[in-house]
Design a protein around this ligand. Structure first.
Ligand code: ADP
Ligand code: ZN
Length: 514
């Protein structure tokens, strides 16, 4: 196939001027009949890789996809481009299915989307249909080594045996090396050509902020850029609703979205977002899969995400049009505790806790965040990105030994019995009921840290925890305990380097003036 023909098709059927990285190579690989494994980030443009070949092949392209909601969107947008497509899944009535079966048999349909569970329905037709290409979307679902294993995928290996000469295209946005190998084995791919697109999304700025007053921070963030579309991801359904309400009270037209809402409400909200009628969605991670909106200008994580794969996928929903877009993640000590609890109670606790730990390390990073993200997906870059908060505003280290000594000895005086907020109150000499009830005001070191704000102490203590001088006893009311490292600071005068607390509001005003 000549380059000109592919470009003409891209323009004619999809309205795009040029291919995105790897799209053309993947298409050529499939057209030459090769099994192909394509790893591309969310928004990288995976769909074209099978939709365009589907138009050039004489027969039908089967697309296996786990997301029923996504199928409908894809089929709708193909039809809008004048391409004959349909889907078959459990949401349909029998007569609907029969209608499409007939059309498939008369060979008027180019692409059929099928949920893996519904594949058996097509099975009966396999002898009478010409299948030219099999595309398997979200292919990592076949691997229990990946992060989203789905049992319905495990049977897909039979497709290669059933159609030995039909090329298979496996696509995914998240698969590390081990998972890639597993996908290829399980699908019985024959010498698959592998394409790994860069995961770098340079147009997304990366920022992590402490969660103090996050609602206020979000309000100011939004007021700075009215009329822009954005998504705020929250951990719980309740938070999505509460946050949406608070934003509404501040004159911001925001809506909540989560899996617990009525499906009619959900699809209404989704449509309003896509049509720019409601620009701001406070959502759980249930929102976004299959939402093809290219002009999402920002994504905020109200809570720390569970792992980097999820985080990267979610921020990837911003800036699909390639224009500069912002991402902000709030890191809160409370969230970490809650997530640790969830992870330790759930399946695969050890792995999930380790993944959460990576997430936390990312949040606490003092070096270019994009480097950390890319290296997580196996991509090594030597240059700092210049588009993350660390690059833009490198942390300033200072000798924090005295601060550390004060904090650690406060923990000793409180006999390692108190959680972070009480330690801060104690350091600052707060006169609250709890302090007096416990008679903490009579202990040594009470009030030795009154020169620092509550906010700053909170930051310094989190740094001390991250540096390993003290730890949170998660199963004991989050009491703060010392580690053996603390001794070195308290008794051997070990130096502690802390980073200066970032003054977000001050900074912001300064940039406005300039
Ligand atoms: P993925 O499935 O990899 O997440 P999609 O296939 O949904 O990504 O594509 C993401 C967005 O990029 C869509 O809005 C799509 O229309 C657009 N897109 C895909 N290929 C191109 C291209 N070559 N030029 C411009 N836009 C493209
Ligand atoms: Zn950077």
């Amino acid at each position: 196939m000549t380059q000109e023909i592919l470009h003409a098709k891209l323009k004619e059927n999809f309205g795009f001027e040029k291919f995105r990285p790897n799209q053309e190579d993947i298409i050529n690989s499939i057209l030459s009949g090769q099994d192909t494994l394509a790893i591309m980030p969310t928004g990288g443009g995976k769909s074209i890789c099978f939709q365009l070949p589907a138009l050039l092949f004489p027969g039908i392209t089967i697309v296996i996809s786990p997301l029923i909601a996504l199928m409908k969107d894809q089929v709708d947008s193909l039809r809008a481009n004048g391409i004959e497509a349909c889907f078959i899944n459990s949401s349909q009535t029998e007569s609907e299915r029969n209608f499409y079966t007939e059309r498939l048999q008369s060979n008027t349909i180019k692409l059929v989307y099928v949920a893996p569970e519904s594949l058996s329905f097509l099975d009966n037709l396999f002898n009478t249909l010409t299948i030219s290409l099999i595309a398997i979307d979200e292919a990592h679902c076949i691997s229990s080594w990946g992060h989203d294993f789905r049992p319905a995928y495990t049977n897909l290996g039979y497709l290669k045996n059933r159609f030995p000469s039909t090329p298979i295209l496996a696509l995914t946005a998240t698969a590390d090396k081990a998972t890639r190998k597993d996908i290829s084995n399980q699908l019985n791919l024959k010498n698959p050509q592998l394409f790994v697109a860069s995961f770098d999304r340079k147009n997304l700025s990366l920022e992590v902020r402490p969660a103090l007053d996050r609602v206020q921070q979000i309000i100011e963030f939004i007021q700075d850029k009215p009329n822009e579309a954005g998504i705020i991801y929250c951990l719980s359904r309740k938070t999505t609703e509460e946050l949406a309400e608070k934003l509404q009270k501040n004159g911001i037209h925001a809506k909540a979205y989560h899996a617990g809402l009525d499906s009619s409400v959900r699809s209404k909200t989704q449509d309003e977002f896509i049509n720019d009628d409601c620009n701001i969605i406070c959502a759980t991670v249930a929102f976004g899969m299959g939402i093809d909106k290219s002009n999402v200008r920002w994504v905020i994580h109200y809570n720390l995400p569970k792992n980097i794969e999820g985080y990267y996928q979610e921020i990837g929903r911003a800036g699909r049009d390639g224009l500069p877009s912002e991402t902000v993640m709030f890191e809160s000590y409370g969230d970490v505790i809650q997530l640790q609890k969830f992870a330790s109670q759930g399946l695969n606790a050890e792995v999930q806790l380790a993944k959460l730990e990576r997430m936390k390390q990312y949040a606490d990073a003092l070096s270019c965040r994009r480097k950390i993200l890319l290296s997580y997906f196996g991509e090594l870059v030597s240059e700092n990105c210049g588009n993350c908060d660390i690059c833009k505003n490198p942390p300033l280290f200072f000798d924090g030994t005295v601060l550390a000594q004060k904090a650690l000895s406060a923990i000793v005086r409180l006999q390692e019995l108190e959680p972070l907020p009480v330690i801060i109150d104690f350091l600052r000499g707060s006169k609250n009921a709890y302090i007096f009830e416990k008679e903490y005001q009579n202990l040594k070191t009470y009030g030795v840290g009154s020169d620092q704000s509550w906010y700053d102490w909170n930051q310094y203590l989190i740094q001390l925890i991250n540096l390993g001088y003290c730890e949170i006893a998660f199963h004991k009311q989050n009491k703060i305990r010392l580690t053996t490292l603390a001794k070195k600071v308290l008794f051997d005068n070990e130096k502690v380097q802390l980073t200066a607390v970032q003054k977000i509001n001050v900074e912001k005003q300064e940039t406005k003036v300039s």
